[in-house]
Every structure is written in C-alpha cells, then in structure tokens.
Design a binder for this molecule. Structure first.
Ligand SMILES: Cc1cc2nc3c(=O)[nH]c(=O)nc-3n(C[C@H](O)[C@H](O)[C@H](O)COP(=O)(O)OP(=O)(O)OC[C@H]3O[C@@H](n4cnc5c(N)ncnc54)[C@H](O)[C@@H]3O)c2cc1C
Length: 427
C-alpha cells in the first residue's frame, strides 16, 4: 500500500471503544491514521442484551465507523480482517493478503467469550458479543415460545419453555433477568394456549455467588432481585455438558429449550500474533506503564486485549478502561513526536454496575454501594449518556422509555431459519 504523506503513520486495529477513541484522539493531528476493522460498524456492547431481548433494534446500538470519524480529515477507515504482522518490516497483514505499513500501531481488537476448550458448545449455547450474536439469541428466545404454542396446538398439552443461562457474571445476570421480564410481562397476553409466565429461567454459576466481582452484599442483593423476577439461581453449579435440548449440571441432566452462554473471556488471537507475553486464561497481552509492549516501543495494546496492573490491581475489561487507554496511547504517540517523555497510564475507576431486569441494578462506585431503581437510573445515565453519540442517544432513550412505560417490545421479529438451534427438537 502506498503512503499518502510523509507524516508518521498510525495504524489502529479495531473500531470498538478503544480503537474508535484512539482515532478520535489522533483526529486532525499531525499524523496519518488508518483504522482497520472487520466490521463497518462500532457496537455499543453494553446495550447488546437490549437487542437480544427485543427492546432495541440493531441500528440503535451500532454506528458506522466511517460516520463516527468523518470529521477527521487525517483518519482513513479500512474494512478488513487483520490476520498477522511483520513486526520487522512494520507491516499489518490482512486476511486477503494485502499489507498496510505503519510507524505506530495501536491494537484494540477486543475479546470474545470462550468455551474453556469446548468450542463445539457454541452452536448449542451462543454467547453475546456482537450484533449477530444478539440477533441469534433474540431468534432463539422468540422461537422457543412460538414452538411451545405450536406444540400445544397439536398435542393439546401446553408445556413451559425452559431457558438455561450459563454463567452468573454481568452478561448472564442481565440476560436471565431480561428473559424473565419478557416471559412474565411482555409476551404474557400474546399467546392463547401457553402461559409464558410459567417459563423457567435457570441461571447456573459455579462459584458461590452471582456477580462475584462485586461486594458480597451487592451480589446477594442481585440474587434476591433475580429470584423476585422468577429466575431460578443455582450457585456452586458447574455445567459439564451441553447438548441439543439438554445440559448436564454436576451429575444431573436438565432438559431445556434454549441454552445461552454468559461466561468466559478470551482476548483476540492477535495478541499471540504480536509475539507478546500473554497472561492468564484470557490470554491478554501484558503491557508496560505507557501501554506499549516490551521490545516494541511503537506498538500499543489497549482495551479488552490488554493486561495492565498497577498498585490498585488489574484494570477490568470495561468500556471506560478501553476509552481511557485509547486517550493515553494516542497522547503518548503525540508526545513522542514532540520529543516529550511518555506518560504512564492511570486508570480512573468510574465504578461497576449491572442491570437486573427492567428497572433494577446494582452499582459500586468507590465506597458507595447501592441497588434497585436508583442504581438502574444511574446505569442508564452512565451508559446511554456517556457512551453513545447524540443521535443514537435520542433513539435509544425514546425506545427505552416507550418500552418502559408501555411494557411493549418493538422488535419481536424472528428472522433466519426456524429449523436451526436448540429448539429444533420441538419441531
Ligand atoms: C454483553 C456485554 C455487556 C457489557 N456491558 C458493559 C457495561 O455495562 N459497562 C462497561 O463498561 N463495559 C461493558 N462491556 C465491556 C465493554 O463492551 C468492553 O470492555 C469494550 O467493548 C472493550 O473495548 P475494546 O475496544 O477493547 O474492544 P471491542 O469494543 O470489542 O472492539 C474490538 C473491535 O475490533 C474488531 N476486530 C477484532 N478482531 C479483528 C481483526 N482480526 N481484524 C479487524 N478487526 C478486528 C472488532 O470487530 C471490534 O470492532 C460489556 C461487554 C459485553 C459483551
């Protein structure tokens, strides 16, 4: 690929919270920036479960990367899948064989859920990371109720739909609460033979508490809120097998119509391709204080891919951390160009939150811990107001308020095959 100018060239991999914000921080500065992503859109991942449970449509939580960066004249966006690197020649290799040279590289390719060596479970138990994942989960959830009604029409015997959610972290808890909400409230009047309120939502967590990274008092409140919504919470429960229509928990097989995966994190394999030191089960890249990797001053790794530890502990894989690291990495590049010394990354913890159902949450901000409706309001303000661009913010707030006050879900379409997925057994 030809160089467009003599300015230093910064290549950014990933248009998520990290990459997009790095590009903005370098926007209209004296560098040439190329951002590469395999998707043409940025996804607001914290709102994915709203798409998976039919509150929001995909367009409301995604933004074309090109549009997000259109006002920065020095930033080009390239659609492509990065496959590897030639670090000596300073080239990024795309999967179609194309090469893109760089002077500086910011790698922000994120993470995916992992199945702890049982990748074959993914087909039976999809996780939630992309828009495609959310649409697949929405399809399976809605389809399960349709197939239960159809079976009741044919056999005359209505049976409750059973959902199993694996993992009691934020994703599992949010999914379980939202599915219980759909079953108990939203769909309750739409079916004639089955009573959707009888649906069972089972949440399995192998550790003693759900939301184990929160203070114990908050995780206990979260469990209570889940039970109030009708979710059956099973802690100390290890899922050992997943098959079509059933899962094995401990030594017991449990029949279920839909299984969803809400646990495990595995950083992008691009970390391995960088030849960097990988830390822990998630294989995150250990970065130095300035967020670069050892032996490569010009390569930064940020966001969910990065393992950064300071005196306050390990920086969590959350959107605010990715955004703060993006600003720091971009600033360090600009400081290099001005021949100023680099600054160390300092994480400002803005707190942790998780929603439970339609209007409850738990929140931990510094020493301040609270739960219930107030925590949900804070969660909504933080996520809608600080993470989303103004146009989408209006759309999301409008749809959310509509759903909140009318209890109606706007996007209940089942698209794609009605024969694939765990519910096929019912056909
Ligand atoms: C369901 C869910 C709920 C969440 N809720 C919250 C929350 O409430 N609060 C919070 O702060 N955080 C939340 N998070 C975490 C937050 O979304 C992540 O920490 C954040 O997205 C990390 O940003 P990132 O830039 O590192 O990676 P990402 O945002 O994942 O972006 C990675 C980008 O890299 C691209 N990419 C990957 N590989 C390649 C490749 N080989 N070639 C080209 N492009 C590539 C991807 O397409 C993607 O656009 C949630 C995450 C999920 C999945």
């Amino acid at each position: 690929m030809k160089r467009q100018s003599n300015k230093p060239k910064v290549v950014i991999i990933g248009g998520g919270f990290g990459g997009l914000n790095a590009a903005k921080a370098l926007g209209n500065k004296d560098v040439e920036v190329i951002l590469i992503d395999r998707k043409n859109h940025h996804t607001f991942q914290p709102l994915l479960y709203q798409v998976a449970t039919a509150v929001l449509s995909p367009g409301e939580i995604a933004l074309p990367i090109r549009r997000a960066l259109h006002r920065y004249k020095n930033v080009e966006v390239v659609l492509g899948e990065v496959a590897g690197f030639d670090l000596e020649q300073k080239n990024v290799h795309l999967s179609d064989g194309a090469q893109i040279p760089f002077d500086y590289l910011i790698v922000a390719a994120g993470a995916r859920h992992c199945y702890f060596g049982r990748d074959e479970w993914e087909a039976e138990a999809p996780g939630l990371k992309t828009i495609e994942d959310a649409l697949e989960i929405r399809r399976r959830v809605l389809l399960a109720f349709e197939l239960a009604e159809r079976k009741a029409v044919i056999t005359g015997k209505p049976e409750p739909v059973v959902f199993a959610v694996v993992g009691g972290g934020p994703t599992g808890v949010e999914l379980a609460g939202a599915i219980a909400g759909i079953a108990r409230e939203t769909l309750a009047e739409d079916f004639k033979l089955i009573d959707t309120r009888n649906a069972r939502v089972l949440l399995f967590e192998h550790s003693p508490n759900v939301l184990a990274t929160f203070a114990e008092s908050l995780s206990q409140k979260a469990e209570r809120h889940l039970r109030e919504l009708g979710v059956e919470v099973f802690t100390h429960s290890l899922v050992k097998e997943i098959e079509p229509g059933r899962i094995k928990v401990g030594e017991e097989w449990i029949k279920c119509d839909v299984t969803l995966w809400g646990t495990g994190v595995s950083a992008s394999p691009l970390g391995k391709a960088l030849g960097a030191e990988l830390v822990g089960r998630a294989s995150k890249v250990r970065v130095r204080a300035d967020l670069s990797i050892p032996n490569h001053q010009n390569i930064f790794v940020i966001g969910d891919m990065a393992f950064f530890e300071d005196e306050n502990g390990v920086v969590p894989g959350v959107a605010t951390a990715a955004m703060q690291q993006a600003t720091c990495a971009a600033r360090n590049i600009l400081r290099d160009l001005k021949r100023e010394s680099r600054q160390a990354f300092k994480y400002v913890n803005k707190g942790s939150m998780a929603t439970i159902g339609r209007h409850k949450a738990i929140a931990q901000i510094g020493n301040w811990r609270f739960s219930g409706f107030v925590a949900w309001l804070v969660w909504m303000l933080v996520h809608v107001v600080s993470l989303i661009d103004p146009h989408h913010r209006r759309l999301v707030l409008r749809e959310w308020l509509w759903s909140y006050f009318t209890n109606q879900r706007g996007v209940r379409l089942i698209t794609g095959s009605v024969r694939s997925g765990t519910t096929e057994a019912r056909l």
